[in-house]
Design a protein around this ligand. Structure first.
Ligand SMILES: [Mn+2]
Length: 358
């Protein structure tokens, strides 16, 4: 496995590349131009600038998370073609700085959804929490809560400017059923995958988080069946998956190791984290250790290992430890993610003893 770390960029992340260099085993930086909204042109100079910062510290630039997909593409408006042209332009530019994988999602209106950003765990740390009963019919309440909790930090998918138009966005998606959203994804993939093949960049769709529809909005990347349908829609290996155990693991019906064994050759990027799912369906993010939550992390790593997985991996969200929540982006502190890297590599290395699997 090729271990990576998500970094929000110079001046936009209190964790520096020099910090990240000291975490054993991290080979690449997962990056993006975080000030770009969906549909905006990415200038080559800006791309090159960030790529140079990353490579100057000895890291690979191979994974970008995310290039966001404009709502008009997801809704299927006539204007989608111009936004797909811009997306294609970005793919071609990213190929020039060594990008091999683009992680993206196809969730309407919201990215990941939680009801609390700093829920205290029994050990005194805190983490992102989803309380089913707190999801009311009014999405505005949840948006206000998330944006207030995030404070000074920006979060991908939670842009205040875009969410200010919430009513408008919901109205635009009113006729978008699950099948229509799927057709719009297929249309998008059919246009971009030939370019990805030329550019040698693999697309890796991120599952919906949580793995079920919310506020009446369709969500189409949430289970074995829905993922199979997407991979079959455009059968190129360049149409692949970001396999996120936290997102898919929010639904205990998803058999994650079995899904990895089935999809491994289409998984280009692995997000590994643990969630503890309660009987009422609430869930909270916990440490990466398998025993601390509902996701059998050692078995997940084993499923990758037995298939000789060479793809990119990152510890996904972490808890906030030792007071760092006062100054870190929700889910993206330093300490728990660093512990996660060591746990994942520890399991991997123990499986590799004497087998020569890197
Ligand atoms: Mn994820």
């Amino acid at each position: 496995m090729n271990m990576t770390w998500r970094w929000y960029g110079e001046g936009n992340d209190n964790i520096t590349l020099d910090h990240i260099r000291q975490i054993p085993g991290v080979m690449g930086i997962v990056w993006s131009l975080h000030d770009k909204v969906a549909g905006e042109v990415w200038e080559m100079e800006r791309i090159q600038e960030v790529a140079d910062q990353i490579t100057s510290k000895g890291f690979s630039t191979a994974v970008v998370e995310s290039v966001n997909v404009h709502d008009d593409i997801k809704i299927g408006l006539p204007s989608r073609d111009q936004y797909i042209d811009i997306y294609i332009d970005t793919i071609r530019k990213l190929a020039k700085v060594g990008v091999k994988v683009i992680c993206y999602n196809f969730m309407p209106v919201f990215d990941w959804t939680r009801t609390e950003l700093y829920k205290e765990l029994p050990d005194g740390s805190n983490a992102l929490f989803y309380e089913k009963a707190a999801i009311t019919d009014d999405p505005r309440q949840m948006v206000d809560r998330i944006l207030k909790g995030a404070g000074k930090f920006t979060m991908p998918g939670w842009e205040p400017e875009r969410l200010a138009r919430l009513d408008e966005l919901f109205a635009a998606y009113a006729d978008v059923t699950e099948d229509k959203l799927f057709d719009n994804l297929k249309y998008f993939l059919e246009r971009i995958i030939p370019v990805c093949e030329e550019s040698d960049i693999k697309m890796a769709i991120h599952p919906d988080d949580p793995a079920w529809p919310i506020f009446g909005l369709p969500r189409i990347v949430r289970s074995r069946e829905t993922i199979r349908r997407i991979l079959d829609a455009v059968s190129s290996p360049y149409n692949g998956l970001t396999f996120c155990t936290g997102s898919l693991g929010s639904n205990p019906e998803n058999d994650l190791p079995a899904m990895i064994r089935e999809f491994h050759d289409r998984i280009h990027f692995a997000h590994i984290r643990n969630v503890k799912v309660f009987e009422n369906g609430d869930f909270i993010e916990v440490s990466h250790r398998g025993k601390d939550g509902s996701v059998d992390v050692p078995e997940i790593v084993r499923a990758y290992h037995e298939n000789g997985y060479q793809g990119y991996v990152r510890p996904d969200h972490g808890r906030h430890l030792w007071g760092e929540e006062k100054n870190c982006r929700p889910g993206y502190g330093l300490y728990d993610r660093a512990l996660g890297v060591m746990y994942l590599l520890g399991v991997w290395d123990s499986l590799s003893q004497g087998k020569g699997v890197k």
